[in-house]
Ligand binder design. Structure first.
Ligand code: PEP
Length: 251
């Protein structure tokens, strides 16, 4: 059995005070939730304060990106071990917004994934096709390239510290969700690919999240799919009640 992961990506929203207040509002709404890995990803500046606010709760902390070097003359970058130091257990890597606006490539994703694993973090590795790619029937080719590139040289043992997030770019922040069947089809493809790369036990164990306009009213259908093991949630994670409703999808 794969433990579902529901992760909230707060993107570039919320001051330290707003972020701590959101996690404080969220805590009682999810304190009784068992069997779900709950993760929130505030901006870097709020990480340590959100870590303090969520200490002792069932809410885990993720950063939204990291660098691959441990230290050095890399102005503006943050190393995985410093994220750990700030209280993170997870880090999102290769989000489509980083690929689109900040030149993230499969190669840089791969370096970051390895560095994150080395620092003891769980990497939430994002992949997803654009609308033009889907319309040109390139979805599977794009996903295969991103998964192979992002996970190059990752061993079956290291994969235990990887969660894959399938996020069709056309569904992120647009209100357009992939249908349950569209999402399941790509998730099954990713799981088969992982089996080819690292063997069936790794494929059976790896969590594959869906992301793209997940809301309280569509999460149940998505989570009912055989290969969907959770959600990476943007907009709906910015309010405690809607994120809690997604976390508590089972009931
Ligand atoms: C995301 O940021 O990863 C995301 C899926 O956003 P949204 O839920 O707003 O589409």
């Amino acid at each position: 059995m794969r433990t579902p992961v529901i992760a909230g990506n707060w993107k570039l929203f919320k001051t330290i005070a707003e972020a701590t207040s959101l996690v404080n509002d969220l805590k009682p709404l999810v304190s009784g939730t068992a069997g779900v890995e709950i993760v929130v990803a505030p901006v870097f500046t709020a990480l340590s304060r959100v870590a303090e606010a969520s200490a002792g709760s069932n809410i885990r902390l993720a950063a939204q990106d990291c660098f691959w070097e441990e230290e050095g003359a890399f102005t503006g970058e943050v190393a995985p071990k410093l994220l750990k130091d700030a209280g993170c257990s997870h880090v999102i890597i290769g989000h489509s917004e980083r690929r689109q606006y900040f030149g993230e490539t499969d190669e840089s994703v791969n370096k970051k994934v390895k560095a994150a694993i080395g620092a003891g973090l769980t990497a939430i590795v994002c992949v997803g096709e654009t609308l033009a790619e889907r319309e040109a029937d390139k979805t599977f080719a794009v996903i295969e390239t991103q998964v192979r590139g992002g996970l190059a040289d990752i061993t079956a043992e290291s994969l235990k510290q990887v969660v894959i997030a399938y996020e069709p770019v056309w569904a992120i922040g647009t209100g357009k969700t992939a249908s349950d069947a569209q999402a399941q089809e790509v998730h099954a493809f990713i799981r088969c690919l992982v089996a080819k790369l690292l063997g069936q036990p790794s494929a059976d164990a790896v969590r594959i999240l869906y992301g793209g306009s997940v809301k309280p009213d569509n999460v149940k259908g998505l989570m009912a799919q055989a290969d969907i093991d959770g959600a990476l949630v943007g907009g709906a994670s910015l309010k405690a009640d809607s994120f809690a409703a997604i976390v508590n999808y089972a009931g």
